[in-house]
Design a protein around this ligand. Structure first.
Ligand code: COA
Length: 623
């Protein structure tokens, strides 16, 4: 696995080093003094021992995780053979710039440099290095060893391969990455820090007392700690400086409240005392919502983050029950617009156009549970419901259908990869949704699943399933609808429907026997058993099993090979192979004559054969 060098052994640096080590990376943790490195190790040991007490970590893992980290003060030596360097020193742009200039010299040319900044410009830091294409932000959330959110922040010159590598790495760290633009506060702190500031502003304006503001925030956002308790836990000083850096970058609205400044100067924590006044909860709650909605909508309008990324930031990074878009859906879009209009007018903020048009449509926000992205010519479909191991409910199937249309219509996409966010590929159809279905409803649901998977099977581009974890029931059936399957060696594949008193319905009883033969398929279906990636390769269920960390590179290599040949030939070959599994041999052969003859009508055939004779590489145009 890659070697990661973490610079800075403070709270964040130590947490990052711990997470990297726990995920099997070889890790160096560097600081400027031995005592700082020692402090870092002490904090890692404390966190791990706490994990043992809570039953999350086995006792023998404590020393193993610590021994896998090389603590040092020799930056150049630690950076020399690192594949990725993650900087986690304090938030001072000059210190960081100097560090990156040194790292640029010390690191091998192919190494990626990443900053864990929460508020400074990625572009500004990238500019001091000679490798801006291999530079990006990688913002961990506190506590870094546990919190699953990571913001991956490409700068203007970051290469797409660098982004892919960091997203892959974040996933190997068992994180849920969101890719966001290099903008002040990125996708989370842009509204989270002003949320703290808004509480102080209300205090300054005498809207309510501290206890009322604290309680109203908890009730409105359904969170365990209000803004003042949060500041006490994470530091008033951090809140102030984060707000001040937003203020410098974005202007007056973000100016730190007078009470926040005063509290900082006092060096004290907030004293949340007295009884809250419920009569003011609505007014205070609306202020919070107005601010939150306004900024979240600006983030989307400015292209800093997608709605889904903003939601994940809130629910995973901040552990809120819902993000701003789900909250707007809950209270109603028209009502949300009223709240935003009122807040925007009082704060001299722009009313977000997207909310105005959404309200006019009278529809709630649609939050997609299947994401589409592009890595060059590879269209990537990611089933994105990690909290339920990507289980397929009607919404996911609808979103998958939409994603298929998107990649199918995109002419620049030559190969499609299907994968799952988080630890699973797809752990089956959604049992919680299915349990109450009548036979007729189950029929409609099954038809939906079958028809969506059939569209994937029939797409005229090569489709590769990258099975990153559990591929069970509908998950394995989804993979079987793809042209090829590459699986992680530790993935688990199976059709466990019989254990639920039903049998596979999204094509499993039909495609599995065609793939691995009748009797092996029956064994898997009748027992509901699972096989790992290696066994799946042995029985011909998947094309190849590779170590988890190599999964996406393996799929990209396969995609490269397919993209290098004639796209029309691949399209027609796919059609011929698929048809052949549906009809008798004679009909299949007849069909093959038609498809291969059609190939002779293409420019690609002329180019391919001419290139062979001229002993050069063909340049296929898909015509
Ligand atoms: N439908 C609905 N929810 C599912 C699901 C499914 N097929 N598979 C997993 N989930 C949910 C779990 O209910 C749980 O939600 P919760 O946190 O609200 O309780 C969450 O995903 C995490 O799953 P959990 O079971 O806690 O993870 P695990 O690591 O202990 O076990 C599995 C993983 C895959 C072995 C287990 O989730 C499982 O057996 N899932 C069902 C597989 C199946 O039968 N699929 C065929 C369906 S037709």
């Amino acid at each position: 696995m890659a070697k990661i060098c973490v610079v800075g052994a403070g709270n964040m640096g130590a947490g990052i080093a711990q997470r990297c080590s726990q995920s099997g990376f070889s890790v160096s943790m560097v600081d400027i003094k031995d005592e700082f490195v020692k402090k870092g190790f002490d904090s890692i040991r404390r966190t791990l021992e706490d994990g043992v007490k809570r039953g999350k970590i086995k006792p023998e893992q404590v020393d193993a995780v610590i021994n896998n980290i090389n603590g040092t003060i020799d930056l150049a030596a630690a950076a020399a053979d690192a594949d990725i360097v993650i900087e986690a020193v304090f938030e001072d742009i000059e210190v960081k710039k100097k560090l990156f200039a040194d790292l640029d010299k010390a690191c091998k040319p192919e190494a990626i440099l990443a900053t864990n900044t929460s508020s400074l410009s990625v572009n500004e830091m990238a500019a001091v290095t000679a490798r801006p294409a291999k530079f990006a932000g990688l913002h961990f959330f506190y506590p870094a060893a546990i919190n699953q959110l990571i913001e991956v922040i490409p700068g203007d010159k970051t290469a797409p391969e660098t982004v892919s590598k960091l997203v892959d790495t974040a996933r190997l760290l068992q994180k849920l990455p969101i890719v966001v633009k290099d903008a002040p506060g990125f996708a989370v702190n842009r509204y989270f820090v002003p949320f703290l500031n808004e509480a102080c502003k209300m205090l300054d304006e005498g809207v309510a007392d501290m206890a009322t503001i604290e309680e109203a925030a908890k009730k409105t956002l359904q969170i365990g700690m209000g803004p003042f308790e949060l500041m006490n836990a994470t530091g008033v000083v951090i809140a102030y400086h984060a707000q001040e850096s937003l203020h410098k970058a974005l202007g007056t609205f973000y100016q730190p409240a007078a009470s926040l400044k005063k509290q900082l100067e006092s060096g004290q924590k907030w004293k949340v005392e007295g009884s809250p006044d419920p009569a003011k909860f609505d007014e205070v709650g609306e202020r919070f919502l107005g601010m939150l909605f306004c900024i979240a909508l600006h983030l989307v309008e400015e292209g800093v983050a997608t709605k889904e990324a903003v939601e994940r930031g809130a629910t995973v990074g901040l552990r809120w029950k819902s993000g701003p878009f789900a909250m707007m859906n809950e209270i109603g879009i028209e009502r949300s617009l009223d709240i935003v209009k009122k807040y925007a007018a009082a704060s001299y903020l722009k009313i977000p156009e997207i909310l105005v048009s959404q309200a006019a449509s009278k529809k709630p926000w649609s939050l997609r549970s299947v994401q589409v992205s592009k890595e060059g010519f590879v269209g990537v479909i990611t089933i994105d419901r990690p909290e339920a191991l990507n289980a397929l409910n009607s919404k996911v199937l609808g979103d998958l259908n939409h994603a298929i249309s998107t990649v199918a219509a995109d002419e620049s996409v030559k190969v499609v990869m299907v994968t799952g966010e988080g630890s699973a590929f797809v752990a089956g159809a959604d049992i919680k949704e299915m349990i109450s279905k009548t036979p007729m409803e189950a029929r409609t649901f099954t038809q939906l699943g079958q028809s969506v998977f059939k569209r994937l099977e029939d797409m005229d581009k090569a489709v590769i399933a990258a099975v990153n974890g559990y591929a069970l029931g509908g998950g394995l059936e989804l993979a079987l609808s793809c042209d090829m399957i590459v699986a992680a060696e530790n993935a688990r594949l199976g059709l466990p429907e019989v254990t639920l008193g039903i049998h596979p319905g999204f094509g499993g009883t039909q495609r599995l026997p065609r793939q691995i033969g009748k009797s092996k398929a029956k064994e898997l279906i009748f027992t509901g058993g699972m096989v790992d990636g290696k066994e799946a390769e042995r029985i011909g269920l998947v094309n190849k099993a590779v170590p988890r960390e190599k999964l996406y590179d393996e799929v990209r290599k396969l995609a490269d090979k397919i993209a290098a040949v004639g796209p029309l030939a691949v399209k027609m070959a796919k059609s011929a192979v698929n048809k052949g599994t549906e009809v008798d041999l004679v009909s299949g052969l007849a069909y093959e004559i038609e498809t291969v003859s059609l190939c002779f009508s293409t420019e690609d055939k002329q180019e391919g054969m001419t290139a062979f004779i001229e002993k050069r590489k063909p340049q296929f145009k898909g015509r």
